[in-house]
Write a protein that binds this ligand. Structure first.
Ligand SMILES: Cc1cc2nc3c(=O)[nH]c(=O)nc-3n(C[C@H](O)[C@H](O)[C@H](O)COP(=O)(O)O)c2cc1C
Length: 343
């Protein structure tokens, strides 16, 4: 069996280059970090903010897959070429999952899943161009101007029944992998992922599949992995923000299983979480040129995910999140880690 792979999910506004760098340094082992989406338009393939997020100098040594959001084949091809030729990426991921109203109303992200004929025409045009350019060499190789193309999708807009038709479209094209967030658009991030529908998709899919959705704990992982033993790739988003050590725990579990050892409970390191927190704060100060207010905003956002690791500290977290300046914030965050006795 191939080694299990773990991906850090793209999260717009959350998993920018500073977060990815600090995570990769503090918790190495994630196989790829997918970037929040790049949205090309007729003026640019990659705008200045997106450029800073994907440029190699801001991502040294971090395995990255850039993601693109569009429903126009020519814009997708333009971005893909730029990301390969200018930025040096060998894989680009197409976002067919974003549920936000503004994106869906423009028939992008999961909104593009509504019209499978249009989706089919999109891929036909993209891959006819990629194949024309690839007669000598495969996408993603140095001689080819195009990277490999993967897709991240939801199961539909309103109902998982939509997915059979959507999958028929994907199955016609040489995608390098298919990542499925097992929800439909109207669910946003709520409710349980549709494991049955993911299982049905698995039977029909011609591509290498990656599972995504609500792997919050080792127990969640063991359950989903047990249901789908053929799936060797997992993408994790919010749970990795809540517990940045989660992939290391899952990898420890895999290593122990491979060695035939009995699994002993895994203890997360509060010291390392503090190191992660402090480095992230420093990283944001550099990224935001010392603008304390913006850094404070980013750190508060982090606690939106991470607070569940500090049960019983809700009051202190509330005070911390209300901090008006960096001094106040640092006072409360130090206290929080101290209270856990390992800061
Ligand atoms: C704040 C936020 C931003 C997101 N941004 C993106 C994005 O840019 N591209 C994308 O494909 N998915 C995006 N997602 C979806 C996640 O990548 C992932 O599919 C989803 O959170 C389910 O996985 P999880 O349960 O492991 O978090 C976003 C999710 C959240 C909560």
């Amino acid at each position: 069996m191939s080694k299990m792979k773990f991906y850090f999910a793209p999260m717009e506004g959350v998993t920018g280059y500073t977060l990815r760098n600090v995570h990769h340094t503090c918790y190495p082992g994630v196989d790829a970090y997918f970037t929040p989406f790049i949205a090309p338009n007729q003026h640019h393939a990659v705008n200045p903010k997106e450029h800073r997020d994907v440029v190699q100098t801001n991502n040294e040594g971090v395995p990255i897959v850039p993601q693109v959001l569009t429903n126009k084949p020519e814009l997708f091809l333009w971005s893909a070429r730029e990301l390969k030729e200018t930025y040096g990426y060998n894989e680009v991921n197409l976002n067919l999952g974003c549920p936000s109203k503004t994106v869906v109303s423009k028939h992008k992200g999961s909104g593009f899943l509504e019209d499978t004929e249009k989706l089919n025409r999109f891929f036909a045009e993209v891959f006819s161009e990629v194949e024309a350019a690839s007669s000598q060499s495969a996408p993603g190789t140095p001689e080819n101007r195009y990277p490999r193309i993967s897709v991240k999708t939801r199961l539909g807009l309103d109902s998982v029944d939509e997915f059979a038709n959507i999958l028929q479209v994907y199955n016609q094209y040489p995608l390098s992998e298919l990542i499925i967030h097992a929800r439909v658009q109207k669910e946003f991030y709520k409710g349980e992922p549709h494991l049955d529908a993911f299982g049905d998709a698995m039977k029909e899919a011609k591509h290498s599949l990656c599972y995504n959705g609500d792997i919050w704990t080792l127990e969640d992982y063991i359950r989903v992995r047990g249901l789908f033993p053929e799936v060797r790739k997992f993408m994790i988003g919010r749970p990795l923000m809540a517990n940045p050590e989660l992939v290391q725990e899952l990898q420890a579990y895999e290593a122990s299983a491979a060695a035939g050892k009995e699994w002993k409970d895994y203890e997360n390191s509060m010291e390392q979480l503090k190191v992660f927190h402090d480095r992230l704060l420093q990283g944001y100060l550099v990224q935001m040129n010392g603008d304390g207010n913006n850094v404070l905003f980013k750190m508060k956002e982090l606690w939106g995910f991470m607070s569940r690791q500090f049960p019983g500290e809700e009051r202190l977290i509330k005070k911390m999140v209300k901090s008006k300046n960096m001094e106040e914030y640092e006072k409360y965050s130090e206290k929080l880690f101290d209270n856990f006795g390992r800061g």
